[in-house]
Design a protein around this ligand. Structure first.
Ligand code: NAP
Length: 597
């Protein structure tokens, strides 16, 4: 066990470093697909769940394994489908209008490979009628090699995400690796009953399939949070099953530690992610819920959870304490997320993604399944890197996001220096058409409001119309515009905007002084000049899109209400700025009507 643990730790660390190198190469353009891809790949926890659901351990294990199979297969099917849906949308200028083939014929090549693989596994298992033990050992060895191959395919899949050109092919390889790992596991010698496995896989495929195929792109953040919660639930249930199975016989301190970590991280990630999904979907209030002594209470609760685990490591047979610990971890996940505002949820989701990866890796340690250690480590690294990136783009620390209740910033706390004053000028769609007659370049700045108004299609059509008039159109994408990293890119790609028109903040900022119009659609905080020049502003220090440097600025939003940070935007009082008030989609429709007439 100790050698195995040592090897597992080496694998975990090396996979983390490998993940760091592969994932840092993924461009911001593909950060949303990256999240759903790592989520799908971490659904590899399915292989551990299949064994628990199909083995003859106990009724409780079978029931917990069945739920875990259902949750993990929902993630695998849903994750790969939605990632492919997103990746299909990313097109270069010359590819726009060309429909990607629904089915790639090269995929057929995978069928003979899979058939040979299944025949080999079947043959090994059948030969077990003569020598049960040697065939079981042989099939476990064969499975190990297939898992190694699957791990390679997963890493190649993530590597493909370093460019939209290879992203889909990479993800197909990863999906093939997943099919191979799952199909191979079905021949695991400990699996004796397929009834619950079949049912779990069927339910998971239907639920995951319909989520993956139907969920609108605007709802991707909440789907991501939901799938983290399902993955974490699976890890937690398998941990509980393993505890119950081993505690009756023998449970050494190493196994108890890994099981403990698995259930703690799994449970808190489960409730935390559920809360995040609820807030993003609007089912729960988006505003932070705070109370006196909150952080002290949370830290005490976490200490109780950790203390319980330490006690259990020395006295594993204290089952009641084990279940109390699970309950406290569930409560901690819930309490950890309630003080965080809805707009900070992306950082929370990314952090929970990272925790989910750790839960998955701990499950790998519990079952001594190396592929799970690898995918858990990759998932953990990816979530951690994305949360750091977001915090940097908001000029805030992760501690501030988690414990600062930022969305609760009160106007009076901001101070008078942060209040913007002056005259606001508005413009009508008809007047705007006149402006469009005399310009040569536009930079479109989308934000959260574009997603709320579902105005991405209108934005794309307006851009096309302007292009046909010889106007140069570029899009400026702030790393935290919207409610998920890379969210704007996915929405615009869905509306057929070629990805070579999408510019990152660093790329686009030098172009603003030359732009005749900066057209801001539902973006607010990410354009606020106070972030650069007002030390009293809570946004001070946040890198922004330098919209204020454009020759003229048009802002599409419904009112002068502030964005998520709760502060006035100085931009709206700039003499160069004109407000086109109203819902972004409706304003664009009126603008079209005016342009046509
Ligand atoms: P924002 O500052 O939240 O502003 C969005 C604006 O959209 C609002 O001011 C709102 O103004 C407008 N709006 C809402 N519904 C609209 C509609 N139907 N039509 C037109 N306009 C509409 O958004 P942002 O500029 O995209 O900035 C994102 C914020 O989220 C930042 O503060 C960022 O720090 C935070 N955040 C993002 C991430 C991420 O990963 N993306 C992560 C963490 C935090 P009206 O009400 O007046 O219409």
């Amino acid at each position: 066990m100790t050698t195995e643990l040592e090897i597992g730790l080496y694998i975990f660390i090396l996979a983390g470093f490998l993940g760091y190198h592969v994932i840092t190469r993924v461009p911001p353009l593909l950060h949303t697909p990256l999240m759903s891809a790592t989520n799908a790949i971490s659904g590899i926890s399915l292989i551990g769940s299949l064994v628990v659901a199909g083995a003859n351990y106990s009724r409780l294990s079978t029931a917990l394994g069945f739920i875990a199979v259902t949750c993990s297969s929902t993630n695998v099917v849903g994750g790969f489908l939605i990632t492919d849906r997103m990746l299909k949308m990313f097109k270069r200028r010359e590819e726009v209008g060309i429909q990607h083939r629904r089915f790639n014929l090269k995929l057929l090549l995978a069928i003979p490979v899979l058939v040979v693989f299944l025949v080999v596994m079947h043959w090994i298992r059948r030969s077990g009628t003569d020598s049960q033990s040697s065939s079981a050992a042989l099939s476990v060895v064969a499975l190990r090699y297939f898992y190694i191959l699957s791990a390679v395919l997963f890493i190649l899949g993530l590597k493909g995400l370093s460019s939209p050109k290879y992203a889909r092919k990479g993800m197909l390889l990863a999906a093939f690796g997943m099919v191979m790992a799952i199909a191979g596991t079905l021949f695991h010698p400990e699996i004796v009953n397929y009834r619950w496995i079949t049912l779990g896989l069927a339910i998971g495929s239907v639920v995951g399939g319909s989520m993956g195929l139907r969920i609108p792109m605007t709802a991707v953040p909440q789907r991501t949070a939901l799938s983290h919660s399902l993955g974490a639930l699976a890890a937690s249930l398998i941990g509980i099953s393993e505890y119950v199975r081993h505690v009756a016989v023998e449970l050494d301190s190493v196994k108890m530690t890994t099981i403990g970590l698995e259930v703690i991280i799994g449970s808190l990630t489960f409730t935390g992610s559920l809360m995040a999904a609820g807030k993003l979907q609007g089912l729960l209030p988006g505003a932070p819920i705070t109370y006196r002594g909150q952080n002290v209470f949370n830290i005490t609760l976490l200490s109780a959870v950790v203390g319980s685990l330490i006690y259990l490591v020395f006295v594993p047979a204290t089952s009641t304490l084990f279940f109390v610990m699970v309950g406290l971890a569930l409560l901690f996940g819930f309490l950890l997320v309630i003080p965080i505002g809805a707009a900070d949820m992306p950082v929370v989701i990314a952090l929970l993604n990272s925790y989910g990866g750790l839960a998955d890796a701990s499950m790998g340690f519990v079952l001594m399944n190396k592929i799970q250690i690898i995918t858990g480590s990759l998932d953990g690294t990816s979530g951690f890197l994305l949360s750091l990136l977001m915090c940097r783009a908001m000029n805030r620390s992760a501690i501030n996001v988690l414990f600062g209740a930022f969305g609760k910033v009160k106007k009076e706390a901001v101070g008078p220096a942060a209040e913007a004053t002056g005259t606001v000028r508005s413009i009508t769609p008809e007047e705007l058409t006149v402006l469009f007659d005399s310009i040569r370049s536009v930079i479109i700045v989308p934000g959260y409001g574009m997603a709320v108004a579902q105005a991405q299609q209108g934005v794309s059509e307006l851009a096309k119309l302007l292009s046909t008039r010889g106007i140069d159109v570029k899009y400026a994408i702030h790393p935290v515009a919207g409610r998920m990293p890379g969210h704007m890119n996915v929405l615009l790609a869905e509306a057929n905007v070629p990805y070579d028109q999408l510019y990152t903040m660093e790329q686009i900022n030098p172009y603003f002084p030359e732009a005749d119009i900066a057209l801001v659609v539902g973006a607010n905080d990410v354009t606020n000049p106070a972030a650069k020049n007002n030390k009293n502003s809570p946004l001070y220090g946040m890198p922004i899109l330098e919209v204020h440097r454009a020759k003229s600025i048009i802002v599409l939003k419904r009112s002068l209400r502030p964005g998520f940070a709760g502060v006035d935007n100085e931009l709206y009082y700039d003499p160069k700025c004109m407000m086109l008030f109203g819902d972004a989609k409706e304003s664009l429709n009126k603008l079209f009507a005016a342009l046509r007439s």
